[in-house]
Write a protein that binds this ligand. Structure first.
Ligand SMILES: [Mg+2]
Length: 231
């Protein structure tokens, strides 16, 4: 039953992907790109999203964000003082790893639907972010993942990260079970505890504004994500 549903969704996805409609309206902006959805019905919106993801625009906008983040790691680590414990915060979904193959296959379905349809599948890395992680580690920056995923999914999350190439990290901070705080306040509070432990957060990268607002980072880097919204 699950496979049948996935197949139907995949067929729908391919139909959208193959259609050649009017070009979508994109407004890429370095540092905070956003996709302005064209059209006034679901078919137009889905077509716009498929075009965005499959014609290189998504990848280009990721590059626009990661390039200055790499420069900042180079610059900031070069002027670090000996007693500074530098840290970089990485979000997980649509930052360290990509749900895009699954989103494309299911017509941009919800995270709950994807969890059921693709429960045994590992997620690929976003390659540019994996390279950023490697750069940070090579410069002695502690990498800390902060995610809205909840504690019961820790082993799945650890498996996702390792399979994608994120082989070790300083900490993986997850949302406690039953915590319904908005991500923007939850994540800012977690970053505050990181800094209280003596780390200086030099960089925070995520795909949602709720990953980034609230302080406790010298620089923030907003990856594109027109696929879903987290408050
Ligand atoms: Mg995310």
């Amino acid at each position: 039953m699950k496979k049948t549903a996935a197949l139907i969704l995949l067929c729908a996805a391919l139909l959208f992907a193959q259609s050649r409609a009017a070009s979508p309206a994109f407004t890429p902006t370095v540092g905070a790109p956003e996709l302005h959805l064209a059209g006034d019905n679901l078919t137009d919106i889905l077509r716009t999203l498929y075009n965005y993801a499959q014609t290189g625009q998504y990848e280009r906008e990721i590059n626009q964000v990661v390039r200055p983040a790499r420069d900042w790691i180079d610059t900031r680590t070069a002027r670090a003082t000996p007693n500074e414990k530098l840290a970089a915060i990485f979000d997980i979904d649509e930052t360290a790893v990509s749900n895009l193959p699954n989103l494309l296959a299911c017509g941009f379905c919800s995270s709950g639907a994807r969890a059921k349809l693709f429960e045994d599948e590992r997620l690929p890395a976003i390659p540019q972010v994996l390279d950023l992680y490697r750069l940070a580690k090579s410069k002695g920056v502690a990498v800390i993942f902060i995610t809205g995923r909840t504690e019961p999914s820790r082993s799945v999350t650890t498996g996702d990260l390792i399979a994608a190439g994120y082989t070790d990290w300083e900490d993986l901070l997850m949302r406690p079970s039953g915590n319904s705080e908005p991500a923007r306040t939850f994540k800012a509070g977690v970053r505050q505890t990181v800094e209280r432990k003596g780390y200086k957060i030099i960089l925070n990268i995520g795909d949602q504004m709720s990953d980034l607002i609230g302080g406790y980072a010298e620089r923030t880097y907003k990856l594109p994500d027109p696929f879903y919204f987290v408050e």
